[in-house]
Design a protein around this ligand. Structure first.
Ligand code: NAD
Length: 449
């Protein structure tokens, strides 16, 4: 599970050697630590002419977060981030000025810096020119992300349904992307709508989930254990669920987060009822559910045994659907569901027809469930990890694993905590305007759209 290559090319003699030989050097990514500044340097906010008012509003919000905000590009600064505000741009020609201003400082972007676009989603009734301008940002951002180096990333916040730039969820998304919490999220555009329920939430708190009860399935190890720890760090009381056979790891996670353990196979018919009963009886309610339990049974379809197809569908998809039915029937207010998809479910992967079916299915049910939960102030979102260093991926043959690590723009695998940070953000009350979305945590893996 250790990426020895990344460690070697970043330390001691091997670092010097790698430099001399011109070997690719994946960066050591900056990850969140309480008390660290939001960005690694000053933030430049630029905009097209029509978006100047929106840029002023965003600059003000950043100032309130104690960020050193500048409005003019200069090359005497090691920039921590560049934010391009393009929300009111209506013609393709209007983008040249702000985009080139951002480009002029990229050589001075600090390691682990950030470039962000804030734009609007094309909508029904847009003129072709407006739709082209808005959709164009997508291709621009994804390409720019591939040009950045030294752990710097580029991501976008895309406003929908007339959301204002200062909508709570838009600011929460901006803050997540600027921060070290998004270390392994790269080249992604996240759609954010207005959400009244997010109003008034404190975006600077270290404990956005204070007082919330969260359930994490598959919490005994790997990504699930990291999710449990991250949600607890953010203030949640966590119910850790896993199969009885993983009881030891399950107790370890539950103890380490001061939560409770529930030994349960998520494929059981009554799994939803037992989860709900445990959360209510032991902790007084249920606010967040993370469907993380998942398995692989990789085989070419030509060689696939019925049991291999059926087991993967039962754990990765059917269980989530059944549990969600129970939760929806219970009519909980403000419930945030986050489900684990995978980049395999977006781009496909040889030997994973069963797994990719279930992970694409997760994306499908997430979009459909989002509308049902929104009525009660809740959300359903999915996170699609790429290659993450866990027990699941350590079983991949060495050569394939090494290729998978180097393919993303960030040229390394992610850590379980990277997935957990994205989930903690989506589970937080401030992110209520993010609903029915799929956030990829893949270091900009070369797959899918
Ligand atoms: P893992 O195998 O390390 O952990 C999965 C956990 O789920 C285990 O503790 C296991 O006991 C539990 N589990 C399995 N079946 C269960 C059941 N029926 N009931 C309850 N618990 C059950 O896997 P991981 O790498 O940590 O992956 C976690 C999730 O992330 C999975 O949904 C996986 O598909 C997804 N994912 C992982 C990667 C990656 O690179 N590791 C990439 C994309 C998506």
């Amino acid at each position: 599970m250790t990426d020895r290559y990344t460690q070697a090319v970043n330390s001691g003699v091997t670092k010097t050697l790698a430099k001399k030989l011109g070997l690719p050097r994946p960066a050591i990514l900056r990850r969140y630590r309480a008390g660290d500044p939001l960005t690694v340097g000053p933030v430049l906010v630029v905009s097209d002419g029509a978006s100047k008012g929106a840029a002023d509003t965003l600059a003000q919000a950043l100032l309130e977060w104690d960020v050193d905000v500048r409005r003019q590009p200069t090359d005497d600064v090691r920039w921590g981030a560049v934010v391009l505000v393009l929300t009111e741009a209506a013609e393709p020609t209007e983008l040249a000025e702000p985009v080139l201003a951002a480009g002029s400082v990229l050589r001075h972007l600090a390691p682990n810096g950030r470039v962000m676009t804030v734009s609007r989603a094309p909508g029904e009734g847009d003129s072709p020119t407006l739709a082209a301008t808005r959709h164009g940002v997508d291709g621009f951002l994804r390409s720019l992300a591939k040009e950045l180096r030294a752990g710097a990333t580029a991501n976008g916040v895309v406003l929908t349904d007339g959301a204002a730039v200062e909508a709570r969820s838009a600011l929460a998304a901006l803050r997540f992307f600027l921060s070290a919490k998004s270390a392994y999220v790269d080249g992604q555009l996240l759609r954010v709508g207005p959400a009244d329920t997010a109003a008034g939430t404190d975006l600077t708190t270290d404990r956005p989930l204070e007082g919330k009860v969260a359930v994490v399935t598959g919490a005994a190890r790997g990504i699930g254990a990291a999710i449990a720890k991250t949600l607890a760090r953010d203030g949640a009381t966590v119910v850790c669920v896993d199969v009885p056979a993983a009881g030891e790891g399950l107790s370890r996670t539950a103890n380490s987060v001061g939560g409770t353990a529930l030994q349960l196979d998520v494929t059981a018919d009554d799994a939803g009822t037992r989860i709900l009963a445990h959360a209510r009886e032991r902790h007084g309610g249920l606010d967040v559910v993370v469907h993380n339990a998942g398995i692989v049974r990789d085989k070419l379809l030509a060689n696939m045994k019925p049991a291999q197809w059926e087991a993967v569908v039962a754990v990765n998809l059917a269980a989530q659907l059944r549990i969600n039915d129970t939760l929806l029937a219970a009519g909980l207010d403000g419930l945030h569901i986050v489900s684990l998809a995978s980049t395999s479910g977006i781009a496909g992967n040889k030997g994973q027809t069963n797994y990719a079916f279930t992970k694409a299915g997760v994306i499908g049910h997430t979009r459909a469930t989002a509308a049902l939960l929104a009525a009660r102030g809740g959300t359903a979102n999915a996170v699609a990890p790429g290659f993450i260093e866990t027990d699941m991926t350590s079983s991949i043959p060495f050569a394939t694993r090494e290729v998978a690590r180097r393919l993303p723009t960030l040229a390394q695998g992610g850590r379980p905590v990277d997935v957990a940070e994205a989930i903690a953000f989506l589970a937080s009350p401030a992110a209520t305007g993010v609903n029915g979305q799929v956030l990829r945590v893949c270091g900009q893996h070369l797959v899918g759209q």
